[in-house]
Design a protein. Structure first.
Length: 271
């Protein structure tokens, strides 16, 4: 009885695995009515890196929300599908590895368009003008990088803010200890707990943090680096890229973009 039972279990398990494999195979992708291929049928899968408020973060219920999320929702609606978000390390996003491996269809991660990243990603039209900002604890403001000589300055690893600071420190021969943190939350925690005396990241990110933590942190200085954010797709995915661009352009034309901007960023600067 035991031998027969084990054999039966083995057969059932084998059939279950075969069935599971069959189901997985059927759900490996799909194509929208507009002819856009997606990694999962009926879903626009977005890679991002959390948290990065106000662009993407979890609300109290655990739902991922933010400026980027709202804009990509417009793309999903245009395609007649729903958006699903995958939280993944930023390195895999900016290198193109996540898109190339089929982890997602589009990357939306408050990501600056750079010539280096263009080599491995196809970017949308710019959707946000970004400025780097230097934040300190309230009452400990500095106005220049030179004032940080001999001190620790925090940056987020893999970002253009990190690249900018490292370039400035090298070109000006500043003896500043630049400390790289894996994500925004770790960087902000480092500043709050005196692990660093100042930290650099995008201005809207610091504005959001200050709003949530009044009186604790201030933006001490800004660096106008001329950066712009873009959404990204896998190299050569022209059909999806066109739909992303069309959705952004339409939103700018009909006022939807301004409403989303006001909700997540604040008053839109005059153009």
């Amino acid at each position: 009885m035991r031998a027969t039972g084990l054999a039966g279990v083995a057969i059932v398990a084998s059939l279950a695995l075969t069935g599971a494999a069959g189901c997985a195979k059927k759900d490996t992708g799909g194509t929208t009515e507009a002819g856009v291929a997606l990694v999962k049928a009926g879903t626009l899968t977005t890679c991002t890196h959390l948290p990065y408020a106000p662009f993407q973060s979890k609300d109290p219920s655990g739902k991922v929300v933010g400026f980027d999320v709202a804009l990509i929702d417009l793309v999903a609606t245009k395609l007649g599908v729903t958006q699903a978000i995958v939280d993944t390390p930023f390195e895999g996003i900016k290198s193109g590895a996540d898109l190339n491996s089929g982890k997602c269809d589009v990357a939306a991660a408050g990501m600056t368009i750079t010539d280096e990243r263009k080599k491995v990603l196809d970017f949308s039209v710019p959707y946000f003008d970004a400025t780097q900002a230097l934040a300190t604890q309230a009452g400990k403001e500095v106005k220049t990088l030179e004032e940080l000589v001999g001190k620790r300055l925090g940056v987020q690893g893999g970002t253009t803010g990190e690249e900018y600071i490292n370039t400035q420190v090298k070109e000006k021969n500043l003896k500043i200890e630049v400390v790289s943190y894996k994500d925004l939350a770790a960087l902000q925690q480092a500043l709050a707990t005196n692990q660093v005396v100042a930290a650099v990241n995008d201005l809207p990110v610091w504005n959001e943090y200050i709003k949530a933590n009044p009186g604790k942190v201030v933006v001490a200085a800004g660096f106008d680096t001329g950066e712009q954010y873009g959404f990204a797709v896998k190299k050569g995915n022209a059909e999806l890229l066109k739909n992303v661009n069309d959705a952004i352009t339409a939103a700018r034309s009909d006022g939807t973009y301004d409403k989303i901007y006001a909700e997540w960023i604040g008053e839109k600067p005059a153009s």
